[in-house]
Design a protein around this ligand. Sequence first.
Ligand SMILES: C[S@@+](CC[C@H](N)C(=O)[O-])C[C@H]1O[C@@H](n2cnc3c(N)ncnc32)[C@H](O)[C@@H]1O
Length: 347
Amino acid sequence: MQHRTVLLHEAVEALWDAAEGPHPQGVYVDATFGRGGHSRLILSRLGPEARLIALDRDPDAIAHATQGPDAITDPRFQIVHAPFSSWAEVIADLGLGPVQGLLMDIGVSSPQIDNPARGFSFRFDAPLDMRMDTTQGESAADFLAHASVDELTEVIRTYGEERFAWPIAKALVARRDEGQPVRTTGELSAVVARTVKTREVGQDPATRTFQALRIHVNRELGELEDALASALTMLAPGGRLAVISFHSLEDRIVKTFIAKHSKDEVDRRVPFAAPKPLMLHAIGRLKPSESEVSGNPRSRSAVLRVAERTEVPWSPESEAGAGRASRGKAGGAKGGGAKVGGRGGRR
Ligand SMILES: C[S@@+](CC[C@H](N)C(=O)[O-])C[C@H]1O[C@@H](n2cnc3c(N)ncnc32)[C@H](O)[C@@H]1O
């Protein structure tokens, strides 16, 4: 299936104030190029002196951006093969920054899921790879070749939220001990199907285990946390952060990060303590419309969260002190479903 970009217009327009549009000399970052749906729209909206730097850890995405009929030859554009945890270093190495807008559309792309050779899907029988960056790191099969029952249980329970994590882990290790380690998606599906007795309607028994191994192999949650932390140091005052996530574990990290740096929480034990500076202003949260979901069912679990960097300079104290601030200075977004794209002047 061709990749259909999720929340295309909403996420791109969230990168700047609706009334002002993109910064004329702004540096923008698309940290998850994929097939470039968001990047192409960002470029169409930027002025001649602005820059767009894209990243992706998948060599196929880099090839797509640089070779063949869909290659992007725009001189304002550059793509770097790197994990997005290092996006701030990438920008600094290019001699650029601070950044006016950072977009992350995290998770796997349809071309990754639908390519049997990548081993992401139980729909095809293929080697159990699951690495987004096929040039380095340990595949899912390599991990299964040495992980203990405890390690496997932890991974499957934490990242898959799988009730049957322990019996699945035991079955996988027992198979390995019998000299038949799981090396393919089909073998993994079969072991899980034999072990998991009950399953949510309409869900393959292996769904949660596949998700867990993918998150572990790609260190997905750690990548996200590291990338978010860099937004505090690398975004310009007024710069925007827009993150699309596809499952609750990721969304919880984004939500908590934005709340931590944008919310006024008075410590009742020291109610008159000096206000702590807030580094983010929460702009809002958005889900795909019904018509987007009906045209692209894979978008149904997507959530876009948007925040804006305040003027407060980054410092270890301001980061540690997130949580107590003067009311009204940079209050958080109220309620869900807020519109993105409003507020703030250019700084
Ligand atoms: C959902 S797709 C992005 C689709 C893209 N917005 C588009 O319109 O085509 C996610 C992409 O992010 C990449 N990705 C996921 N995690 C990453 C990470 N930690 N560092 C860099 N790229 C990552 C994947 O390789 C994949 O190409």
